[in-house]
Design a protein around this ligand. Structure first.
Ligand SMILES: [Zn+2]
Length: 304
């Protein structure tokens, strides 16, 4: 039995769009699959799909509502801090944390206060495209003047700035402004697979130097550029980040329920344990595996 924390899934969107719920749906993340572990923590993203651009805030509020509905139905612990996660673990209750993916939902700095009060603990400033805050991986913009204010206000409210999906220019702009630990909730290594969604060695090293966190994304296209992958592909990304001194930085940010394919043998949150079984067979130390499985996320959330 193992303990797992995963820092990104799009299950809330699937529940809203397809119906069903954590207790009954055919999703990558379900209550039954979480129960596979001694303890499981899931960060649920409110992903603002570009089709909702004209009503991004409304869509975000609707997703937050669904988060509270699902976690109540499943008796999950809604966690607003690392302390809450540890408490939930002690009580053997699966833990849930709330994030937003897409700054379109932020119309004013006041909205950040609202989201903070509603329990949002991390926000990805963009999805793949530029917005009024920053530039996504398919855009060219940097952090806007409003974006700088957003980052500063997030720092004050202890909402982690999630740099996954930012283009490089915006990434480095954020590093200039932020004074908190950065998080890339679901990003892998560009030097292993040259996809724009992955982090360069320089970006990863910057996050390491700031005691931040990077959740490995297991979408095959980000792992090896194809739609077929297996646990070895995931390990190549873990190994590269470990080579760069990432032992205290990496975790899992699988991107469950947000991708059109998954690696063989890792097709749901119940299967993440098999990645660690393989690491065990290959001789990775127990300490390193525990840090990747949940310890580094505990450390990341210790002061939020
Ligand atoms: Zn994403």
């Amino acid at each position: 039995m193992v303990i797992i924390a995963d820092t990104h899934c799009d299950t809330l969107c699937r529940i809203l769009d397809e119906g069903g719920g954590l207790a009954e749906g055919e999703f990558n993340v379900t209550l039954e699959k979480m129960a596979w572990y001694e303890h499981y923590t899931q960060v649920f993203a409110c992903f603002i799909d570009p089709i909702y651009k004209s009503n991004a805030k409304g869509r975000c509020i609707r997703l937050i509502e669904e988060f509270y509905r699902q976690t109540a139905l499943c008796n999950m612990a809604v966690c607003r801090s690392g302390k809450d996660i540890i408490e939930a673990r002690k009580n053997h209750i699966p833990a849930a944390m709330l994030s937003i993916e897409g700054g379109e939902a932020i119309e004013s700095l006041g909205d950040l206060e609202l989201y903070s009060r509603l329990g949002v603990k991390m926000i990805a400033l963009t999805w793949n495209y530029d917005n009024h805050i920053a530039g996504g991986v398919f855009g060219n913009a940097g952090l806007s003047r409003f974006g700088r204010d957003v980052v500063r206000r997030m720092n004050e409210l202890h909402i982690a700035v999630d740099v996954s999906h930012l283009n490089e220019r915006s990434f480095w702009d954020v590093m200039e402004v932020t004074n908190a630990r950065p998080i890339a909730s679901h990003s892998s290594s560009f030097s292993v697979c040259a996809h724009k969604r992955n982090l360069t060695d320089e970006q990863f090293s910057e996050i390491v130097s700031r005691s931040g966190y990077v959740g490995i994304n297991i979408y095959p296209v980000f792992l090896n550029g194809t739609k077929n992958a297996d646990t070895d592909d995931v390990l190549r990304h873990i190994d590269r980040f470990l080579e760069l001194g990432g032992e205290d930085t990496i975790g899992i940010g699988a991107d469950f329920d947000g991708v059109d394919c998954l690696p063989e043998g890792l097709c749901g949150c119940d299967r993440i344990g098999s990645l660690f079984e393989k690491m065990d067979r290959l001789g990775y130390s127990k300490t390193v595996m525990e840090k990747i499985a949940y310890g580094n996320f505990d450390r990341m959330t210790a002061n939020i």
